[in-house]
Every structure is written in C-alpha cells, then in structure tokens.
Design a protein around this ligand. Sequence first.
Ligand SMILES: [Cu+2]
Length: 197
Amino acid sequence: MVERPMDERAILRTELRWVIVVAIAVLIIVGSIVISSAAVVLHPPSSVERIDPTTLHVSGEFVEDNLGAVQNRDGSVTVRLVATQFAFVPNCIVVPADRPVTFRITSPDVIHGLLIVGTNVNTMVMPGYVSEVRTTFPRTGEHLMPCHEFCGLGHSEMWSRVRVVEPAAWQPDENGRVSCETPARSPVEEAPEETPQ
Ligand SMILES: [Cu+2]
C-alpha cells in the first residue's frame, strides 16, 4: 500500500514522456506540411468545381470535339481531357514549350489519376469534379502520362503521351486547336515552295 503513490508517479512520468513524443511528431508533421506548401508549392487544389458525370459526352465543356489542346486569347494553352476506363481522351496531346498550359480533366466513371512524368503535374480525377492543374514545360520532348489510380482491370493499359514542341512549331488550326494528327510544322517547312521554272 505504501508503494502505490510511487507507481502512480511512475505511470504519470511515462504518460508525460509519451505526450512529449506525440507532440513532437505532430509538430514535425504540421511543420513539413506548412514548409512544403509554402516553399515547394505542394498543396491540394483550392477550388472545387462540380460537373455532372452522366452528361459529359452530350453537352458542355467536355464534349468530344472540345477536347485536346486549344490556344487562348492571351497565348496560353488549355488542354481538356476525359479520363475514362481505360483511356485518356484524346490519347496524345501536343503543347508548346515555354507557354503556360492549363490541364482540365474529369471522369465519367471511376476515380483515375493524372500524372505527367518528369513534371509537377499530378492530380486525382474524380467523377463529378473538374481537376485543374497549371504548368509550363521548359523543354521540348515527349512525356508519358499514365493513370496512377487503380481504376479496374485495364488500369495498366491506361496511359497517354504529351508531346512538347517548339512554340514556333505549335500552329493552331482555324479553331485554335492543335492535335497529334495535325503534324507539327516548322516555320521553314511552312514557307511556300518555289515552283520550278
Ligand atoms: Cu487507372
């Protein structure tokens, strides 16, 4: 009976030690979130944009002929995509280097993921919501764009390509669009051919 207060003090000391350990762990976690959001600009999207996943193909921004890369009035580029089991539509995207590019993507079926390898583009794609990511590609080249959320049996086959070309080779058609089917033209190739005399 005499030893009991001593036991309680020992328990109290142990509990206090664990409180300190947990408090330090929480401080490290919160600190790393604050530092990564402020210094490395890693943060969740700040706005929520809803869309009806059942009518994507019928009306609105994500109808088929509105998908792909389009030039905006200020020279920036918007890429609209639909992630669906088990493909990205369109399957290939061409964007210019050194120009702001905004990706807007949604899903009509299940959760998918958008990742452009070698860039900061990485977002989940949820049915009912529009995900928007902005980036600038500093160099020309080709990036793989796989789905990174397991979305079903065909998930491993779900990937697309982003082709980054010289700004001068990125020539929008009369609707301001560029697709992989319209081959990238260089200004040299565009010069009218001289007819042989
Ligand atoms: Cu997937």
